[in-house]
Design a protein around this ligand. Structure first.
Ligand code: DX5
Ligand code: ZN
Length: 220
């Protein structure tokens, strides 16, 4: 049985039939629904907010995994917590008071995640590794689905897994961007616990079967 978690990103879904497509990933064995929130400032693109999550009520039982690619995320944490989510992840680069923001997420009863862009070094998280439930390593520059995996992310994942072990931490490692059936095993072997996949899941003719194919790959 597969141990890792798959979080398909609805950024790549057909928004005109979002409820039906989310039902297909659930049927295929997805573990989480990755929700890519973009504000047109932190990243060039604009997507959607907590209202879209609320609109899926009744269409799925899967927990959400919210990835906030926005400036001043503290202003919106209550909204996303109220929409019902397991994880809320903010970007290190967007948070001047990161420790305060992570505590804020936990105070709302949610698991706190922090994400790093490809150019941001792991050492910038050294003081918060005990304050996070999840670290999200970006393997593309955030803003768009369908980009190519940046190979240097693999070494970053390995170094993060080593830091976790050395420090006795228990956060999860999530990897986001350019993950496909062809590279997923390598990303898991590097130390990932959660894989995000947008276009690789939702561009398939059979979304449920593609989801199931991802879940069958397990190298751990
Ligand atoms: C990128 C987003 C990703 C993206 C993944 O800014 O954070 O979650 O949707 O899409 P793929 O898997 O197509 O790279
Ligand atoms: Zn994402």
């Amino acid at each position: 049985m597969s141990m890792y978690k798959l979080a398909p990103s609805i950024l790549s879904a057909d928004f005109s039939r979002l409820g039906a497509e989310v039902a297909l990933i659930e049927q295929g064995g997805a573990d989480l629904i990755h929700v890519d929130v973009m504000d047109g400032h932190f990243v060039p693109n604009i997507t959607f907010g907590a209202a879209v999550m609320k609109s899926l009520d009744g269409h799925t039982k899967l927990p959400y995994d919210v990835h906030l690619m926005i400036e001043e995320p503290d202003r919106y944490l209550e909204d996303f917590a109220a929409a019902g989510t397991e994880f809320i992840t903010v970007h290190q680069e967007a948070c001047i008071h990161l420790d305060r923001t992570l505590s804020h997420i936990r105070s709302l009863g949610k698991k706190a995640g922090v994400s790093l862009n490809p150019a941001t070094p792991l050492c910038l998280l050294s003081e918060v590794l005990s304050a996070v439930d999840l670290v999200l390593i970006m393997s593309v520059n955030p803003g768009f689905g369908g980009q190519k995996f940046i190979p240097a992310a693999l070494d970053k994942i390995r170094r993060l897994a080593a830091l976790r072990k050395e420090g006795g931490h228990d956060f999860l490692i999530e990897v986001d961007g350019g993950v496909t059936l062809a590279n997923a095993a390598e990303v898991l072997a590097a130390g990932a616990d959660i894989l995000v996949a947008g276009s690789a899941v939702f561009s398939a003719d059979d979304i449920a079967a593609r989801t199931a194919a991802f879940k069958k790959l397990d190298v751990k």
